[in-house]
Ligand binder design. Sequence first.
Ligand code: UD1
Length: 371
Amino acid sequence: MPVRALDVVAGARPNFVKVAPVLRALAAASVPARLVHTGQHYDVSMSDVFFSQLAIPEPDVHLGVGSGPHGAQTARVLEAFERHLAGVEGGSGGVVVVGDVNSTMACALAAVKLGVPVAHVEAGLRSFDRTMPEEINRVVTDAVADLLLVSEPAGERNLRAEGVPPSRVRYVGNVMIDTLVHELEAARALPLPAEVRDGPYVYVTLHRPSNVDEPGRLAEMVAFLRRVAERAAVVFPLHPRTRARLEGSGLLGRLGEGGRVLLSDPFAYRESLRLISGARLVLTDSGGIQEETSYLGVPCLTLRPNTERPVTVEMGTNTVVGSDLLLAERLAGEALEGRSRRGQPIPGWDGRAAERVVDELRRAWLGAPGV
Ligand code: UD1
């Protein structure tokens, strides 16, 4: 009987970086797979450039769900993905979801309800903060998925504490680092923007609702970034949500005043990696960038009260500063003077995690012999 193709799901920007190596490893192992793009992110700068730069094949299926409130967006993915799975001739061989975005949870739910097995790549991460939509997505996805593929030690600990049987859990490492390893040389060959070529600079990304949706908090952030910019140039690519909030509150002009904060549209993957790898310091509320800076040995201050990626604090270069922007300013000063931890290698963050993902999928679903 021919092997039934797997469905690999990608919906939003961080997903694209994670599915790229998984699709490559599936192709190398001759495992048939379909790529399903939910369309949660749809702009050229949030989606298309990732496909072209990371050589991700054209999606076989595009669900075209777009933006919306959480319930509506999740519901649209659930409905459209269920319809897709139900229409696959002979049935799907299994669904692979990555990360923690709304599309991840919705596709996992649709699949298990149809009796299709689900593997979750980057399982077990927990911020223990249920005000974060991503935390709900993680908890729900792990509760229903059959195979939980873990990227860092905390993932195994959290799943064990939740009573998940060890037979469902495998430590495979971090597929996002696979993409970083694959792209680093090409990224480093890119020129830096002229404004930051001659001195240390700080790279900033912010998009979490907790930082950008509340006007008071956003104004504090802008004042903080202006103070940092007195010490070093700041590069700040704006996520669409962040740009909309800055424009809506009249703070965009204030941030750009004086020209020390270089504002831009979101960067493509390589441009972003180029800037992260050359930065003296990164300020972020992203999850993935905490991991990338840890791998690269670049100091990172996380502007959130918690992290679901504690290994980046324990072994990497990350410090979680919460909402204390005075602490953040002091630590930023130290980093700009070169006084920061370097970090150490993290198990399974080696550029080969996707190969281990595929080994596990073959064993679990395709009858390949175990080790
Ligand atoms: C989503 C993920 C988050 C991830 C982030 C990375 C969830 C719950 N959140 O957050 O985990 O870190 O992506 O980018 O899934 N928009 C555009 N163009 C786009 C996409 C979005 O203009 O291509 C605008 C929409 O108008 C929307 C806003 O950005 O209102 C937010 O998009 P959304 O997908 O709801 O969540 P993100 O904040 O991007």
